[in-house]
Design a protein. Structure first.
Length: 366
């Protein structure tokens, strides 16, 4: 039995290696996506185009404006003297925000009255607008503390962010991208394995061999499991050494978690491959699974903000558990005790999907 399984595993590796397109899928897309996401995907907004509409030239107004000009979040690109010019700049997206200081600002500050400034934001990009609004509020609060003097300085709030003290978005994105890139490659390899043999006419030959359904399953699982495991470690290493994301957790725990996660992904891929009759159907099945799975993984949007029915669906998604594990191991030094509630659901998903794939193979033999 083991000789038959070893021969099937060797055949799978040879088929992947001889097919130039398969080699390209394994190596090039994950590396390109890692570089693109590390460079382009960020929740931070820096050097945003800011317009100034200043109707007050007194010292208090100039002090506030100078704080906006010195902030790395904003870059002054235009100055306006009428509302029509402001409207045209926002409509054409020449600026992302406009700071408007009215004529009575300095007089209100000097008299101790509430002084108001207006920040006009381009709400077509709501996420960036909210971030710029928070930056502007921070600048105004620091200005208020300075103007208020020592009496207001007695109340001082000091905040400390654990695990990501500088709020670096790469530390948040790249551990999750390690998971997403791994499952994309693993699913494609597994889903195409049986579909490719059907198109080539070798699947029927495989069914008439002495190989049993369980042996076929093992022979299809091991190559994808090895490739997914190696690829996850390669991406994790690049994340640490190329982009400076810390890895403070256990390497053993990470590899155990990746092995279970890849096993669950292989099970899903084998189910898709068993149902699909062509490679095109297999690729379509992969993306039909991945699109909602990524949304429901908590990678970009918090699961707690989703409706109750969507939160319930996330428990069937192995990406959800591995994203939490990856971020925890990279940044938190996650313990085995805290990791266990995420490990066993992935193992259960893997057992169910692999069992269902075995049943599908058995039906083919009947």
């Amino acid at each position: 039995m083991w000789r038959r399984i070893a021969a099937l595993i060797l055949k799978e590796f040879k088929m992947l290696w001889k097919d130039r397109k398969s080699r390209m899928v394994l190596v090039v897309p994950p590396l390109v996506q890692l570089v693109l996401f590390a460079s382009a995907a960020t929740f931070e907004v820096t050097d945003a185009a800011l317009g100034l509409w200043i109707e007050d030239r007194a010292l208090p107004a100039q002090e506030l404006v100078s704080r906006f000009e010195a902030s790395p979040a904003f870059h002054v690109v235009a100055r306006f003297d009428n509302p029509q010019a402001v409207r045209e700049a926002l409509d054409s997206q020449r600026v992302k925000a406009v700071l408007h200081v009215g004529q009575t600002f300095s007089a209100d500050v000097a008299a101790g009255r509430p002084a108001r400034v207006q920040l006009l934001l381009d709400g077509r990009k709501s996420n960036a607008a909210l971030i710029l609004q928070s930056y502007a509020l921070g600048i105004v609060e620091s200005y208020n503390l300075v103007r208020a003097g020592q009496a207001a300085a007695e109340l001082n709030i000091q905040s400390r962010a654990w695990f990501n003290p500088n709020f670096d978005s790469r530390w948040f994105i790249l551990p999750g991208m390690t998971v997403l890139l791994t499952i994309v490659a693993t699913l494609l390899i597994t889903a195409l394995s049986v579909a490719r043999e059907r198109e080539l006419g070798t699947f029927e030959q495989l069914l008439v061999t002495p190989l049993r359904p369980m042996e076929i399953l093992v022979g299809k699982t091991v190559p994808a499991l090895c490739i997914g495991f190696v690829e996850a470690n390669l991406i994790a290493a690049l994340t640490c050494f190329a982009y400076g994301v810390p890895f403070v957790g256990s390497v053993v725990l990470f590899n155990v978690a990746i092995s279970i996660f890849v096993l669950s992904a292989v099970g899903i891929g084998l189910v898709i491959s068993s149902v699909a009759k062509t490679q095109q159907q297999a690729i379509l099945g992969v993306f039909l699974f991945l699109s909602p799975a990524m949304v429901l993984s908590g990678f970009a949007t918090p699961i707690a903000n989703m409706p109750d029915w969507a939160q319930a669906l996330t428990h069937l998604n192995p990406i959800r558990y591995m994203v939490n594990l990856s971020r925890g191991i990279f940044l938190q030094d996650l313990t085995w005790e805290l990791a266990w509630p995420h490990l066993w659901p992935m193992a259960l998903i893997g057992c169910v999907t692999l069992g269902y794939a075995t049943w599908l193979f058995s039906r083919r033999l009947e």
